[in-house]
Design a protein around this ligand. Structure first.
Ligand code: 13P
Length: 240
């Protein structure tokens, strides 16, 4: 099964030129740039298409705005409920849930982020409740269309003292997430959404996550902004 690599550029790079250069080396990945770069990157995709070049990155948005506008720019994916929005900007679960519904009704594939702030205490119940709130009111067929990114906040490189999760503990959390969905929405086992891992992924650890069958891909922040490093990540992911 082909593994999925998503680049979340967050609020980088600082110039359009750098964004174009990064985009060009990100073939094989889904790139989620800041909104202001979408128009130009979508133009690069079109130019490549006209030249019959098939190997171009896919485009994703970091948040949902009008689905119609996003689709005009060839955007197929949208990150929903990223921890920066949930924790730094205080986006509540009900808004995440509404955005998820909006993405689905606009035929964008949501990359739904969930993850605990700390691994201490009853993180299992925290995760379960976050999943229930995030997917509330969705039909099982809609949930099956999502990609889920397990991103423990404590493992994200910008969190003070961050360290990557281990593949084994990421699998434990992914199991909690999937069991919650399967149990509450009666999903057929084979139809549960694909799970990605995100949190301090680098070329040094990406293979350890991707060799696990239950981890279908990675959501990469900081390391996706370094051309050489990200090329390595894509290369490793395509050979797992
Ligand atoms: P890092 O890869 O920088 O830890 O970021 C993870 C993330 O938040 C991607 O969405």
């Amino acid at each position: 099964m082909k593994k999925i690599v998503v680049a979340n550029w967050k609020m980088f790079p600082n110039t359009l030129q750098e964004a174009e250069d990064l985009f060009r080396v990100s073939v094989g990945a889904i790139v989620c740039p800041p909104f202001v770069y979408l128009e130009e990157l979508s133009r690069l995709r079109k130019v490549a298409g006209q030249a019959k070049i098939k190997s171009v990155p896919e485009l994703g948005a970091q948040d949902i705005i009008s689905g119609e506008i996003l689709r005009q720019f060839g955007v197929k994916y949208v990150i929903i409920g990223h921890s920066d929005r949930r924790w730094k900007l205080g986006e509540p679960g009900e808004i995440v849930n509404k955005k998820l519904k909006l993405a689905l009704s606009n035929e964008l594939m949501p990359i739904v982020c969930v993850g605990e702030k700390s691994r201490d205490g009853d993180f299992e119940s925290f995760l379960e409740n976050q999943v229930l709130a995030t997917f509330a009111g969705l039909a099982s067929g809609q949930i099956e269309k999502c990609l889920i990114a397990y991103e423990p906040v404590w493992a994200i490189s910008t969190t003070p003292g961050a360290r990557p999760d281990t593949p084994e503990s990421a699998l434990e959390s992914i199991k909690i997430i999937k069991d919650t969905l399967i149990g509450n929405w009666k999903l057929e086992i084979g139809n549960s959404p694909k799970a990605l891992y995100g949190g301090s992924v680098t070329s040094a650890n990406v293979r350890d996550f991707l060799v696990k069958n239950e981890i279908s891909g990675v959501l990469v922040g900081g390391a996706s902004l370094d051309k050489e490093e990200f090329k390595k990540i894509i290369e490793i992911a395509s050979n797992v």
